[in-house]
Design a protein around this ligand. Structure first.
Ligand code: GDP
Length: 308
């Protein structure tokens, strides 16, 4: 069994590639839930949804979120009724959130709810939320402390960021199966996800980082950075705010206590010796995933490293 740590968009690209290269039933995916929030009374788990839609073959590859071909009738009506519409919820997507909310209110844990939704969508991989507890990434900006969704989606990551923290994480516990999966994995893959808002919260759940440090199975990561910038989104800004060098090297330093190999872009090949000094093996290749062929090609390289 291969264990994967992931956020939403960048992670989903690699996971799509992996799902074509290996039987998805062999994948256990530990997913960030610190972006989760409530809108219109609905429990929304953006990263879980992106990964589920990807593995169910429903995702919209052009947008990187939501369901392909979805309509926005409910949202349009909500707007007429004076509702906030900065977070784009498609009609079919809303069905996921209604189902999640209903099951959570009936007393199920997020991990059980995720299991049920995955079953109903015919997903063979095992998807685990990092925790069943409420953890929320908060972004301290020049204008005050806001949620990650407000920063990222509503404000288009424009405010200056002073710091990022994960409210509630200290008292949280890993969801059932998370630590066990890491401990029994044949290999572990760290997706090219945002080091601060996707991988950071997973590692901050007490017990997860420790479990990763103890594994003897290979741990292989893929950089979300090329040069001094994220391939998409604000990772470089958030890394700088957290005192991390905004580069593949900065990301790798953050994982150095458990990472064996890091796949970086050929453009960053000059970082190889610095990464090796950290005790991390390096593969320099093309890490941009635009087509399915790119995703599968990178997935094959990562699987070859995990197989060693
Ligand atoms: P989020 O929860 O939607 O932010 O999803 P992730 O954290 O999984 O993905 C965001 C990260 O994916 C960003 O930091 C991007 O730089 C990275 N990313 C996006 N597209 C690609 C790609 O094609 N290749 C790689 N290596 N990283 C990517």
């Amino acid at each position: 069994m291969i264990v994967i740590l992931t956020g939403g968009t960048g992670g989903a690209k690699l996971i799509e590639g992996l799902s074509h290269e290996i039987d998805p039933a062999q994948l256990t995916i530990i997913c960030n839930t610190a972006d989760d929030f409530v809108l219109y009374g609905l429990n929304i788990s953006p990263d879980l949804d992106t990964i589920m839609y990807t593995l169910a073959g429903l995702s919209d590859p052009a947008q990187g979120w939501g369901i392909q071909g979805d309509t926005f009738t409910v949202l349009q009506q909500l707007e007429k009724l004076g509702g906030e519409t900065w977070f784009r919820l498609g009609d079919k997507d809303i069905a996921t959130h209604i189902t999640r909310t209903r099951l959570l209110r009936a007393g199920l844990k997020l991990s059980d709810v995720t299991d049920r939704i995955c079953d109903n969508l015919g997903i063979k991989a095992r998807i685990l939320p990092m925790s069943d507890d409420h953890i929320e990434t908060r972004v301290e900006t020049s204008e005050g402390v806001i949620s990650f969704q407000e920063y990222f989606v509503k404000q288009h990551w424009q405010p200056e960021v002073k710091s990022v923290f994960y409210a509630g994480v200290e008292k949280s516990r890993p969801a059932p199966g998370v630590v066990e999966a890491i401990g029994s994995a044949a290999g572990i893959i760290l997706c090219p996800s945002n080091p601060v808002t996707s991988v950071g919260p997973i590692l901050a759940v007490p017990g997860v980082r420790n479990a990763l440090m103890q594994v003897t199975a290979p741990v292989v990561g893929v950089s979300p950075m090329i040069g001094e910038s994220a391939i998409s989104g604000p990772a470089h800004r958030l890394m700088a705010a957290q005192g991390l060098e905004p580069s593949a090297l900065g990301a790798a330093k953050n994982y150095a206590d458990f990472l064996d190999q890091f796949v970086i872009d050929s453009e960053d090949e000059a970082l190889t010796s610095k990464l090796e000094t950290l005790g991390i093996g390096v593969v320099a290749t093309s890490i941009r995933m635009k087509s399915l062929a790119d995703k599968q090609g990178l997935a094959r390289q990562v699987l070859a490293l995990v197989d060693k």
